[in-house]
Design a protein around this ligand. Structure first.
Ligand SMILES: [Zn+2]
Length: 148
């Protein structure tokens, strides 16, 4: 019993060592809610859980050595492919969000500077766009300085 327990601990330690990056990735993806998983995250999770099940089944004696090795190599290939796909999707998403933020802020700055340059309505105080002759809010004629 003592020997079996020790051997099982060693086997578990070896498995954890081999799977360390994988287990960390799984933990990170489990922190978020189930319905927030993207397609690639879901694929990664499924692959990692299947890999974990194979390890458990093997340790529990439900799989023989040959089945374990072939299943594990198949699932490891799938898990690695899923991890790479997820990394690629994540990078693409980060790029998209970064450029989207810049565009939105540039647009806000552009609108603000335009409003600042435009005439304020003497009637209601609305900041109209530059060149407006009538207030966009209340329709009052604006006191515009006509150049030239
Ligand atoms: Zn007005």
């Amino acid at each position: 019993m003592g020997f079996f327990f020790g051997a099982a601990l060693v086997a578990a330690a070896v498995v954890l060592f081999i799977l360390q990056p994988v287990v960390k990735g799984l933990h990170a993806s489990l922190v978020r809610a189930e319905d927030e998983l993207t397609d690639t995250e879901a694929r990664k999770k499924v692959a990692l859980l299947a890999l974990r099940d194979v390890e458990y089944d093997y340790l529990a004696g439900k799989l023989d050595e040959n089945d374990y090795r072939s299943l594990k190599s198949e699932l490891t290939v799938e898990a690695l492919a899923a991890l790479e796909a997820d990394e690629a999707a994540r990078a693409a998403l980060a790029d998209g969000q970064a450029s989207g933020d810049v565009d939105l802020e540039a647009e806000i700055a552009r609108v603000r500077s335009k409003l600042k340059a435009g005439p304020l309505c003497p009637s209601c105080g609305y900041a109209n766009e530059e060149g407006s002759r009538f207030c966009s809010a209340c329709g009052s004629p604006l006191l515009t300085q006509v150049a030239g």
